[in-house]
Design a protein around this ligand. Structure first.
Ligand SMILES: Nc1nc2c(ncn2[C@@H]2O[C@H](COP(=O)(O)OP(=O)(O)OP(=O)(O)O)[C@@H](O)[C@H]2O)c(=O)[nH]1
Ligand SMILES: [Mg+2]
Length: 304
């Protein structure tokens, strides 16, 4: 089946403004939680690969960070990673939150459409979150975004409910180049377990913390020790940039970090199918946002 003569295999990048639903769509396409999702913008920081098979086609989906006008170094690294994801792909799917209004010239999405128009990548438009908008609003949005002639096709989907996702996938399969599959048939993700564990904890921190705080922290898995009883002991460091944040991350009597730790542990136990002992250590490190090593750990290039 996967010898290459009758099979297809290609890379499909999911791009869009922050919070458009890219990671939710990746997980829906793959049928497993591969990429973290939160209601906050700028959740995804680096490219995340998800692999799926339909019929004779193997998709290598690339979830990317949201594209916006970056200011800080970390933001620049994220946006660079997103664009390189789009440029390296056979097909780029632009995801748009259908609630967005199209009358803002500086809108992130407008900028992404011009970027895609300039690149040679085949582009598809997917209006997402259709479960939240009236159908008659979708047409106006679709017309506005298609005025540039950038998109080969437009789909209206809900990554959350799955509405329209199968149709999108079928169409994408027809665009993939012929070739042998690059991953084993049952593979769904391509992320080291340590990074997956860091991301799981970061998701819980994003869900528990508010305002700017999630954007001033990063999580790294420092130790991963398999024990003779079959369980695994994971030590993670949460780097924060200010001492003043420590109390908030820990919470009253350590309650917040405890909730984060147990939510992350439960999810990791389910994913790994192992008992997990998770230890979280909060470290203040003022300059972490300017340290190349931190970017490498996140899977990002360090922008000079
Ligand atoms: N109602 C509804 N909510 C959705 C849909 N798709 C995504 N969401 C929600 O939108 C929020 C953002 O979803 P993500 O998948 O994290 O968005 P993203 O584009 O990956 O965001 P960044 O990584 O920050 O760029 C989450 O709260 C999702 O549950 C949808 O089709 N319908
Ligand atoms: Mg995301």
């Amino acid at each position: 089946m996967n010898s290459g003569a009758d099979t297809r295999c290609g890379v499909v990048a999911l791009v869009g403004a922050p919070n458009a639903g890219k990671s939710t769509l990746l997980n829906a396409l793959v049928g497993a939680k591969v990429s973290i999702v939160t209601p906050k913008v700028q959740t995804t920081r680096a490219r995340v690969t998800g692999v799926a098979v339909t019929g004779d086609a193997q998709f290598i989906f690339i979830d990317t960070p949201g594209i916006f006008a970056p200011r800080r170094r970390l933001e620049r690294a994220m946006v660079d990673a997103a664009w390189s994801g789009a440029h390296d792909a056979d097909v780029a799917v632009l995801l748009v939150d259908s609630r967005r209004r199209m009358d803002m010239a500086e809108d992130d999405t407008v900028r992404i459409v011009s970027g895609l128009a300039e690149s040679k990548t085949t582009a598809i438009l997917a209006l997402n979150k259709v479960d939240l908008v009236e159908k008659n609003k979708l047409l106006a949005l679709s017309t506005a975004l298609n005025a540039s002639g950038t998109f080969q096709e437009t789909f209206m989907i809900s990554a959350l409910t799955g509405d329209g996702v199968a149709d999108l996938e079928t169409f994408l399969a027809s665009l993939l180049p012929k070739g042998p599959w690059l991953y084993p048939e049952d593979q769904m993700a391509d992320m080291p377990l340590r990074l997956l564990a860091s991301e799981t904890t970061r998701e819980k921190l994003f869900l528990h913390l508010h305002q700017e705080l999630p954007y001033h922290l990063t999580v790294e898995t420092e130790a991963w020790e398999e024990r003779s009883d079959g369980s695994v002991k994971i030590d993670q460091v949460i780097y924060i940039s200010r001492n003043a944040h420590k109390g908030i991350v820990l919470g009253k009597g350590g309650q917040l970090i405890k909730s984060v730790g147990s939510a992350s542990r439960l999810e990791l136990e389910e994913f790994l199918d192992l008992r997990v002992h998770l230890f979280l250590h909060v470290k203040v490190r003022e300059g972490w946002l300017d340290e190349p090593e931190r970017y490498r750990e996140m899977g990002l290039e360090f922008p000079r």
